[in-house]
Design a protein around this ligand. Structure first.
Ligand SMILES: *[C@@H]1O[C@H](CO)[C@@H](O)[C@H](O)[C@H]1NC(C)=O
Ligand SMILES: *[C@@H]1O[C@H](CO)[C@@H](O)[C@H](O)[C@H]1NC(C)=O
Ligand SMILES: *[C@@H]1O[C@H](CO)[C@@H](O)[C@H](O)[C@H]1NC(C)=O
Ligand SMILES: *[C@@H]1O[C@H](CO)[C@@H](O)[C@H](O)[C@H]1NC(C)=O
Ligand SMILES: *[C@@H]1O[C@H](CO)[C@@H](O)[C@H](O)[C@H]1NC(C)=O
Ligand SMILES: *[C@@H]1O[C@H](CO)[C@@H](O)[C@H](O)[C@H]1NC(C)=O
Length: 402
């Protein structure tokens, strides 16, 4: 059974921002493979190596999804690392929202569209991040109309790893012809461009499609329960984004933004990092900070992460200072010993805020060259976090930041 819904056609009594769809699923996926995991339906297990394989005419991570080989695709899997369009791996170590991709389209019929995907991880006990939340936005400009739609996807898994709750929340939906919170009719030129949400009840995925752009996004959440080791969930948490081969031809690279997604034929992250004189992990942290503000505005405003993102552009004016700041301060987001210790203390809600605040203080100290702020940070943080400072902050000589 596939529960098919077009959010735009939901009751207009609610404002768009209040619409929320909640799905429940308890699928078991496909065949069991290894000690913990199941493959997706239609995939097979190589029991010798505990590897799932897609049917031979498809390819992908067969614990997440199998897709036609020619379709460009991007994966965010496990703790989370990305396998981008360029088939390149990179860790996405941040508790703040980051941009996964911005893609512009110009179709044969002259329709201009843009989509944007943002990810949000949470830090779990054990010091690992998982992708818990995706924000997906789109604008479409047809001959006679304009539409903007944003949605947020999230979810959770019961402690036994069997029951899934998948949530799709509408953040905004507006058209030029109908105004805010409107629906799109079959006669409209916008029909086929709405963000549609379905559920795969066998594999417990939220399945999101934009039919006329050939865009598909699948998302399976981790469990937020402290009693669950997300590595051992039968169904591996993660997301995959794809544009089918035919529609990829309509991608307008001039209107797209180069970031962690790295285009199939573009330079790799490794090459870009070298060009910017950074290591790849440093460059990825840099990109996630540089591109964290959505082009299509979405809530929330006024969070610590939004501050961090603004400071990055406003307070860190010199490029060398910025790179140095990312190198030093990102240790708060990256250093494994620190993350393990931090996530061992207090509740998730508490340590998450402390971590972001620590980053903000570090950023202000370095970007504004504020010796006092730097010294305060080094003194307060061990008290607040009850953890030893990350190595790069221990080694930081505050008298030199000014
Ligand atoms: C799974 O969900 C279906 C539909 O909600 C329900 O009928 C069924 O009993 C559930 N199965 C288990 C094993 O919980
Ligand atoms: C894949 O599995 C699903 C669910 O078990 C089934 O309905 C579908 O027909 C299969 N598809 C292919 C291409 O084998
Ligand atoms: C999803 O992430 C945003 C920040 O990026 C946050 O404001 C929102 O509360 C999150 N939603 C859920 C359900 O966690
Ligand atoms: C990278 O380093 C080289 C040599 O030190 C320098 O010429 C170049 O301008 C640097 N590039 C950037 C983007 O900083
Ligand atoms: C960082 O962002 C600025 C402004 O958005 C952009 O001009 C610049 O190219 C970006 N730098 C990198 C390395 O992506
Ligand atoms: C430096 O930071 C301290 C403490 O955070 C603050 O009180 C002070 O105003 C800052 N100085 C400047 C010049 O911004």
């Amino acid at each position: 059974m596939i529960a098919r819904l077009v959010l735009a056609t939901l009751t207009v009594a609610l404002t768009a921002a209040q619409q929320e769809l909640i799905f429940r699923a308890n699928g078991t996926g496909g065949v069991a493979c290894g000690n913990h995991h199941h493959c997706v339906t239609n995939a097979t297990c190589d029991h010798k190596h505990n590897m799932c394989h897609c049917p031979h005419w498809l390819e992908g991570n067969a614990k997440i999804h199998c897709l036609p080989p020619a379709d460009p695709k991007l994966w965010i899997q496990n703790d989370p690392h990305i396998k981008n369009f360029h088939h390149e791996f990179a860790s996405l170590l941040t508790p703040c929202r980051y941009k996964v991709l911005t893609i512009g389209f110009l179709t044969d019929t002259g329709v201009r569209a843009g989509i944007e995907l943002l990810g949000n991880n949470r830090l779990f006990k054990g010091g690992e991040y998982y992708l818990t939340n995706l924000t997906f936005s789109m604008f479409v400009n047809t001959r006679d109309d304009f539409m903007m739609q944003s949605m947020e996807f999230t979810g959770d898994v019961s402690e036994d790893g069997k029951d899934y709750i998948l949530v799709a929340k509408s953040l905004r939906m507006s058209t030029r012809s109908g105004g805010e919170g409107t629906s799109v009719s079959e006669e409209s030129s916008l029909w086929g461009y709405t963000i549609d949400v379905e559920m795969d009840t066998h594999n417990n995925f939220l399945t999101v499609v934009i039919v006329e752009l050939g865009v598909k996004l699948l998302f399976r959440p981790p469990s937020t329960s402290v009693h669950v080791n997300n590595k051992e969930l039968p169904l591996v948490p993660g997301a995959v984004f794809t544009v089918d081969e035919d529609h990829w031809k309509s991608v307008d690279f001039g209107d797209s933004q180069y970031n962690v997604a790295a285009w199939p034929d573009g330079p790799s992250l490794e090459e870009m990092a070298t060009e910017h004189n950074m290591s790849k992990p440093l460059y990825v942290q840099y990109l996630m900070l540089n591109h964290s503000m959505p082009l299509i505005p979405v809530e929330p405003r006024g969070s610590i992460c939004e501050d961090i993102s603004k400071n990055f552009h406003r307070s860190c004016t010199k490029d060398e200072t910025r790179v140095e700041m990312v190198d030093i301060c990102s240790s708060i987001y990256v250093e494994k010993d620190f993350l393990t210790c931090l996530s061992d203390k207090e509740s998730m809600d508490e340590y998450e805020e402390v971590q972001k605040d620590f980053f903000r203080q570090c950023q202000i100290s370095l970007c504004q060259g504020n010796v006092t702020a730097c010294e305060e940070m080094r003194k307060n943080m061990p008290e607040l976090t009850k953890c030893p400072l990350p190595l790069k902050i221990q080694e930081l000589d505050c008298s030199t930041v000014g």
